[in-house]
Design a protein around this ligand. Structure first.
Ligand code: PEP
Ligand code: MN
Length: 348
């Protein structure tokens, strides 16, 4: 249920409505729209909407028909913008996050970070705790990997995103990273999602390999209902009968999610295709379809990568892709970081 307050509702009226709903056993989440305060009311208690509508300062009470509430556009009509330093996610600029699948060595992390920065990425990606299908595959360097990633990100003035697989890793990752990434395999790890809801750091929630959009938004709801409003979604391909690509990247999920939810929407064309020769095409399609950002695997020497080498781009390929995206983005009213272009003198 959503309670829309009158334009000129006083603070006391808002507080009174909140207190009344809390007394009825509900959780209330406040969001400020363009001109009105909107209260998202969730919980298992029973509330008669007509009685709430009669309270002073209330404009109207709407039922949210979707099972997710705080993630829905009915609760919040305006796009959510997540700000971390000078990075604004969900605004006009398409934000590109890039880097290796895993942190392997200092040299590998540093040169990959320098390459993605040069091409215009704003956020370094890289895993230190890796969810591998086989227990015999490289599992990541743990805290040592986080240290490498943080110092490379600092050296290049990039933000850092890295995957959290388990609640026991939240504390250490929180020390190093700017954003938590929840991987496809953990999209329905509800204990982890609840715990991330208690943090105040932005979370990227990747779509599970067999999750419907509704299940995905319900998982986002777990984080939002804990009080962490900074959630971004990432389409990374789903499992279908098709075997020509590693996964089937659901490009249509972009306009569907953008209509249903106010949360920023990312696309991962690397895991979405599994092959670096297909990544560029899907990245261009994602930006054209309205994605708020991309997360792309780039490795300084992908043929020797310890994980996901086949889908990791060479720095030169990524550089060309960024140049192409700078042409596509303005066609749909968006931009992509122009800084490095100017630095290299292309813009003269
Ligand atoms: C990754 O980003 O390296 C990763 C493991 O992604 P996903 O959870 O989408 O498989
Ligand atoms: Mn990977």
């Amino acid at each position: 249920m959503v309670v829309v307050m009158k334009e000129r509702a006083s603070d006391e009226q808002v507080e009174h409505v909140i207190a009344h709903l809390v007394e009825l056993g509900m959780d209330v989440h406040r969001s400020s729209g363009a001109s009105r305060i909107v209260l998202g009311v969730v919980g298992s208690g029973k509330v008669d909407p007509r009685l709430i509508e009669l309270l002073d300062g209330v404009h109207e009470v709407l039922r949210i028909s979707e099972p997710y509430k705080l993630a829905s556009r009915t609760f919040k009509a305006e796009d959510t913008v997540i700000v971390s330093g000078d990075v604004r996610i969900g605004g006009d600029e398409v934000i590109v996050m890039a880097g290796p699948c895993s942190a392997e060595t200092e040299t590998q992390v540093n040169s990959s970070a320098a390459a993605v920065k040069r091409a215009g990425a704003k956020v370094l990606r890289g895993g230190a705790f890796k969810p591998r299908s086989s227990p015999y595959s490289f599992q990541g360097l743990g805290e040592q990997g986080l240290q490498m990633l943080r110092s490379a990100a600092n050296a290049q003035d990039l933000k850092l995103i890295t995957e959290v697989m388990d609640i026991s890793q939240i504390e250490v990752i929180d020390k190093y990273a700017d954003f938590f990434q929840v991987g496809a395999r953990n999209m329905q790890n509800f204990t982890l999602l609840r715990e991330l809801g208690r943090t105040r750091k932005p979370v990227m929630l990747k779509r599970g390999i067999s999750a419907t959009i509704e299940e995905w938004l319900l998982s986002a709801e777990y984080i939002l209902s804990g009080g962490n409003t900074q959630v971004m979604l990432c389409e990374r391909g789903i499992r279908t009968f098709e075997s020509a690509t590693r996964n089937t990247l659901d490009i249509s999920a972009i306009p569907v999610v953008k209509q249903l939810s106010h949360l920023p929407m990312f696309v991962d064309p690397s895991h979405g295709t599994g092959r670096r020769d297909k990544v560029g095409a899907m990245a261009r399609a994602a930006v054209a379809a309205g994605a708020d950002g991309l997360i792309i695997e780039v490795h300084c020497d992908p043929d020797r990568a310890l994980s996901d080498g086949a889908q990791s781009m060479f720095p030169g390929q990524f550089d060309r892709l960024m140049a192409e995206l700078r042409i596509i983005a303005p066609a749909i009213g968006r931009s992509i970081c122009l800084e490095p272009v100017a630095r290299r003198g292309w813009a003269r």
